[in-house]
Ligand binder design. Structure first.
Ligand SMILES: [Zn+2]
Ligand SMILES: [Zn+2]
Length: 339
């Protein structure tokens, strides 16, 4: 089979590998759509610790082509989405019901061979059948959507109140769709790029602002009657965005860092402001027990508004370059496409 391999030191290659076979309680998949995301570019740039040589691809939808002994809940021919993590089960976090904080966590497409290949083997417990009528292109959005579902759980928002989502890349766009689904009002999104502001509006935002406009924060505050936002998200991962989110927070606000900042980045915050406004500052990591719920939301959100560009396996380098520039709303590899 052909596979897109990260070889270490920023090196990517499309290589031939032996076909894998499913073991006990495993299934063999033919990936049909595999999302490219920031994690993949971070791996190539050496900012994200992967275990090369490894096949990339953690946002996977594919067809079941064979079942290993004892594989449960699936049939050959099922279209599935993969929850791409493996937890140790014995560290204190696993034993406290916080598997996603596992100190020995491994991810498919990072440490274990992922979905940018003609074939992939996964345990049955992490393959979820897609709802009727949901295709692989939408199915491959389940993993990033599950991360956004967890983010919204962390934010714990009450319906009918304003939310600010700063940054409207693919993840910011999914957060907007979830906020709409949860009844936030108004939903204010910001992005320096006009195409991403447009995406935010298509996903259900009420207003899309340009944060490079010197009047941005005044405009945003005016949309809350001057009180500030009870919920606000940094979906960019820049210190300046976190600082802005804190400035725009209402008293008692819950603020969430969703964007992935550089490890050495530092923001300047006022402890006094956190104290007097009684702010809650939250992080969010991956998708603990939210993949099933994301599957349930696939037909409830306007996901077709994300314009997906699909590349064949042989053009993986081009796909990753396109993901960096963000020429489409979302980039996917479609291993079934001819090169
Ligand atoms: Zn991803
Ligand atoms: Zn663990």
């Amino acid at each position: 089979m052909k596979a897109v391999r990260f070889l270490g030191d920023g090196e990517l290659a499309v290589v031939g590998l032996p076909d894998p076979a499913p073991g006990i309680r495993e299934v063999l998949l033919a990936p049909a759509a595999v999302g490219v995301c920031g994690t993949d570019t971070h791996i190539l740039d050496g900012h994200y610790p992967a275990r090369p040589p490894v096949t990339l691809g953690h946002e996977v939808a594919g067809r079941v082509v064979a079942l290993g002994d004892g594989a449960r809940g699936l049939q050959v021919g099922d279209l599935v989405t993969v929850e791409p993590h493996r937890y140790c089960g014995v560290c204190q976090y696993c034993r406290r019901g916080m598997e996603h904080m596992c100190i020995a966590k491994e991810a498919y497409g990072v440490h274990l061979d992922g979905g940018m290949a003609e074939l992939m083997v996964v345990p049955d417990r992490i393959a979820y059948r897609l709802p009727e009528g949901v295709d692989a292109t939408i199915g491959a959005l389940t993993e990033p959507l599950a991360c956004c579902v967890h983010a919204m759980d962390r934010l714990g928002l009450m319906s009918g109140l304003p939310i600010l989502i700063q940054g409207c890349g693919p993840a910011g766009a999914l957060l907007v769709a979830l906020a709409r689904n949860l009844g936030s009002n108004p939903i204010v999104v910001s992005d320096t790029r006009p195409d991403r502001r447009d995406l935010g509006m298509r996903m259900g935002a009420d207003v899309a602002l340009d944060p490079s406009d010197p009047d941005f924060e005044r405009q945003a505050l005016a949309l809350t009657g001057g009180d500030g936002f009870p919920y606000a998200v940094d979906a960019v991962g820049l210190p300046a965005v976190l600082e802005s989110v804190i400035r725009l927070a209402a008293r008692g606000a819950r603020l969430l860092v969703f964007g992935v900042a550089e490890p050495h980045a530092r923001a300047s915050v006022s402890p006094n402001e956190i104290y007097t406004k009684e702010l809650t500052l939250l992080g969010t990591a991956i998708n603990p027990f939210s993949h099933l719920r994301a599957v349930g939301l696939l037909t409830r959100l306007p996901l077709h508004e994300l314009r997906v560009a699909a590349y064949p396996l042989g053009k993986a380098g081009d796909a990753i370059a396109a993901a960096r520039t963000g020429v489409s709303d979302k980039i996917q590899i479609a291993p079934g496409l001819n090169t």
